[in-house]
Design a binder for this molecule. Structure first.
Ligand SMILES: Nc1ncnc2c1ncn2[C@@H]1O[C@H](COP(=O)(O)OP(=O)(O)OP(=O)(O)O)[C@@H](O)[C@H]1O
Ligand SMILES: [Mg+2]
Length: 352
């Protein structure tokens, strides 16, 4: 049984190329995401099922591979060529760390071996180029065929790459929708397992129309642990519910602060907010990230924490969130379009 997908690995077509040589069985195990934390467990279970249960088998040789599952797509939305999954990163309000999370999740998924793209759809504050140190890069190509900027192995496109520095955004809704569609469909993304889309903060009309124009496979909601943030998250969940986009989970950012001098852990913004939301709406808490100056991006020369300190504890926290996220997406994809995983909590009307 796959411990996360709760189906047997044969039905899931994860077992391939079986070779039996005397008492040794060799096979290739194809995971649904390279960001799978459960290899050891799956290996143990396969060994147990073969060596433990079948007489004459004394050893098992596994090779690992991954084929990322494809999102079932939404009715009436055009697929993006070559892109298996799109994941919207959203938040009820600004400044909770959406862009920081988007960048580091993209890097963590890439580090696991996945092919990843990052679309900065934040028209008000497109700061992903600054976070990745590519603020002077411009999009190459034409409106019909645009090329993303490659940085740290990730294909990146941002509204910031078409604006001059400091230029204010005064686009109206229809223009925004058109620009986003060009970014989604006219960019030569290549083959991508995951396209992360950093949406603007909030759940107003602009966010709604952006989320409506993209064929989203799932959404994650970033929040901070304050009580007041919970209502914002509820609105975010409600927005995706209305759009029939599965909410893959909540990420709690700035959860605790560990004093660099004495090591004492303080819950500056309270604690348990993410968990509360997760249980109220029956959506998973994908993980909590600490408040840590090392996570602050945009510090000249520092780069995102995942690239700067890939072996540190913060990188490990982001990796764990990325693994949970990828696992949730596989589960939702395998459940198929017929049975979308929707939060079963109360529906809260969208404030227009
Ligand atoms: N866990 C953290 N620890 C320390 N600083 C953080 C953390 N998360 C984010 N920050 C910092 O907080 C600020 C806001 O983060 P970020 O820009 O990612 O938020 P956002 O939700 O995308 O904001 P906006 O709504 O403006 O798009 C940034 O300066 C970022 O570096
Ligand atoms: Mg942002």
């Amino acid at each position: 049984m796959d411990p996360e997908l709760h189906k047997d690995v044969v039905t899931l077509n994860m077992v391939r190329d079986i070779v039996i040589d005397g008492s040794t069985v060799a096979m290739r195990v194809v995971l649904t995401t390279p960001a799978c934390p459960l290899r050891e467990r799956i290996q143990q279970d396969i060994e147990q099922a073969l060596i433990g249960e079948i007489e004459g088998i004394t050893s098992v040789k596994l090779t690992w591979d991954a084929e990322v599952t494809r999102m079932p797509g939404l009715p009436g939305r055009q697929e993006i060529q070559g892109v298996r999954n799109t994941i919207a990163v959203s938040a009820g309000k600004g400044g909770v760390g959406k862009s920081t999370v988007s960048v580091n999740l993209a890097l963590a998924l890439h580090a696991s071996g996945a092919k990843v793209g990052l679309l900065d759809a934040d028209i008000y504050g497109p700061n992903i180029p600054i976070m990745l140190g590519i603020e002077d890069e411009k999009i190459m190509g034409t409106n019909e065929e645009m090329y993303p900027v490659m940085v740290n192995g990730i294909a990146v496109i941002s509204f910031g790459m078409v604006l001059k520095k400091g230029q204010p955004v005064i686009w109206r809704g229809p223009m925004l929708g058109k620009a986003l569609r060009e970014f989604l469909y006219n960019v030569v993304w290549g083959e991508l397992d995951y396209l992360i889309i950093d949406l603007p903060p909030g759940t107003g009309d602009v966010q709604l129309s952006l989320a409506q124009s993209a064929p989203l496979g799932g959404a994650v909601i970033v929040t901070t642990p304050q009580d007041v943030a919970i209502a914002d998250v509820a609105r975010g969940i409600s927005m995706f519910q209305q759009l029939n986009v599965p909410v893959l989970g909540v990420i709690e950012n700035m959860s605790t602060f560990v004093c660099p001098h004495c090591g004492e852990e303080t819950s500056i913004f309270g604690s348990g907010g993410g968990e509360e939301i997760a249980s109220a709406y029956d959506i998973p808490l994908l993980g909590s990230l600490p408040l840590d100056p090392k996570i602050r991006t945009g510090v000249p020369g520092a780069g995102p924490v995942l690239a700067a300190e890939p072996d540190g504890p913060i990188a490990a926290a982001f990796r764990s969130v990325a693994e949970h996220l990828a696992g949730q997406l596989s589960t939702v994809n395998l459940a198929g379009a017929s049975a979308p995983t929707m939060p079963s909590g109360p529906r809260i009307p969208l404030r227009q």
